[in-house]
Design a protein around this ligand. Structure first.
Ligand code: SPV
Ligand code: MG
Length: 431
């Protein structure tokens, strides 16, 4: 009896999967791998069913002889252990990620003469509709809102990229890379006050009002499914903050981060070059407590952002604020710095973690950008936010195009730097 293996990364079994299963079964005894949660997130999207439910779903298919959990998108381990004679896979091999998987399977099978069998991928209107319905579910407020807390339990670091429009939301949602034998994508989105304001040509001083900030969230939500962390600036007056919390929860935002400053807020990256005033521990703790009190769902998170290092108030001040804000009910702590070196951030994380093993730590490595996510995770960081890179990438590219057209009195010279006309008109999927 030949050994046959195929891996499923799905919440539902449709015609396409059954076709693969029937073809696989013709070749021998069939083992099906169910991809674990953390790898499913990198490959496809957030699972709607738990791993246990997905395993049960596959076990209930009569043609399946055995079910295993595949704990990596790449096949090295599973092929090494099972040594199947055949691996069966849909023939949808287009794109960077699928090509990386294809080569990984072929390389591993070639070590002992196993064979890859590609089955035409079924994508009929029924399958397509089911797929769209599942995606739609992920975008619903309750599903989306709850996912940040779930992610914190699944991945070592929640990789979060800023989005300030539908288009940047799509980049956050869809960008996938295959690199160094792994596939990766972002886990969540950050709606930055700096980027939201700059996109509107306004300074980052809480001038863009909440109604407009909510509009930006809506634009992003309409075309994405990933969870959103909202930059709530100072949170405003406590009497206003409680309403903001309710609105964000209702929209399906997963978390708001508010910073402990009062008066005219300026962007933290100015540091002490501009006048900025830190709130008292008592006032800010009361704001956090009022926010938590007003919140209706269990999944929404209020994260307290500490500006002590930005405002050069010292490590002891930062730490005592962190413990006070957690005691007031904060679901996470964001510690910020504008130093090039990550040293003060790492010292904060180590000292905070020595006393508090649970409360999630958030960092925004805009200045201290040489440190990697895994190095930060080793010091207890749970969420890394790339807070402004998409906007900063777009501006020089747009300015270069404008200057080239003005210089040459035509668009010919810049054209090769631009997205092709074909690509721009087909970039957005129609329903
Ligand atoms: C933002 O992105 O708006 C932030 C992070 O608040 S920072 O600009 O570094 O202050
Ligand atoms: Mg901000």
């Amino acid at each position: 009896m030949k050994k046959v293996y195929t891996c499923f990364c799905t919440d539902m079994i449709h015609d396409g999967h059954m076709n693969i299963i029937r073809e696989a079964k013709k070749l021998g005894s069939l083992t099906v791998g169910v991809l674990c949660d953390s790898e499913m997130i990198k490959y496809n999207r957030f699972p709607l069913k738990t791993l246990e439910e997905r395993v049960e779903m596959v076990k209930s298919i009569p043609e399946v002889d055995e079910v295993v959990v595949q704990d990596n998108l790449m096949y090295d381990k599973v092929i090494g252990e099972l040594k199947p004679d055949y691996i069966i896979h849909g023939d949808n091999w287009e794109g960077e990620a699928m090509q990386a998987i294809y080569h990984n399977i072929v390389d591993n099978l070639s070590k002992y003469g196993g064979e890859l069998v590609s089955i035409p991928y079924t994508y009929n209107p029924v399958v397509e509709k089911l797929d769209r319905q599942n995606r739609e579910k992920l975008a619903m407020p309750e599903y989306r809102r709850a996912r940040l807390r779930k992610l914190l339990n699944i991945v070592p670091v929640v990789k979060t990229i800023e989005a300030h429009s539908g288009l940047t939301g799509l980049i956050a949602e869809k960008t996938v890379v295959a690199h160094d034998g792994a596939i990766d994508q972002f886990d969540a989105m950050w709606v930055s006050s700096l980027c939201d304001s700059t996109e509107k040509g306004k300074p980052d001083i809480e001038l863009v009002d909440m109604t407009s900030r909510f509009r930006t969230i809506e634009d992003i939500m309409e075309v994405t499914t990933k969870p959103i962390i909202f930059d709530g600036d100072t949170g405003g007056l406590t009497e206003h903050f409680v309403y903001t919390v309710r609105s964000l929860e209702r929209m399906g935002v997963s978390a708001v981060i508010i910073e402990d400053k009062v008066g005219l807020k300026k962007n933290s990256l100015f540091g002490t070059e501009v006048q900025q005033t830190q709130d008292s521990i008592e006032n800010f703790s009361a704001k956090i407590a009022a926010g938590k009190e007003s919140q209706l769902s269990d999944d929404f998170m209020i994260i307290a952002r500490i500006e002590s290092l930005i405002l050069e108030q010292g490590m002891e001040d930062a730490l005592s604020r962190a413990f006070a804000y957690v005691a007031a009910g904060a679901d996470g702590i964001m510690i910020h710095s504008r130093k090039k070196s990550p040293d003060e951030i790492l010292e904060f994380c180590d000292r905070f973690r020595a006393k508090d093993k649970e409360t999630p730590i958030v960092v925004v490595p805009s200045s201290f950008n040489s440190i990697t996510e895994s190095e930060l995770a080793e010091h207890g960081v749970n969420i890394v936010i790339y807070a402004n890179q998409l906007l900063r990438a777009a501006f020089p590219a747009m300015e270069k195009a404008a200057k080239s057209i003005l210089t040459h009195h035509r668009a010919h010279e810049i054209d090769s730097d631009l997205l092709s006309i074909k690509d721009i008109i087909t970039l957005i999927d129609e329903i």
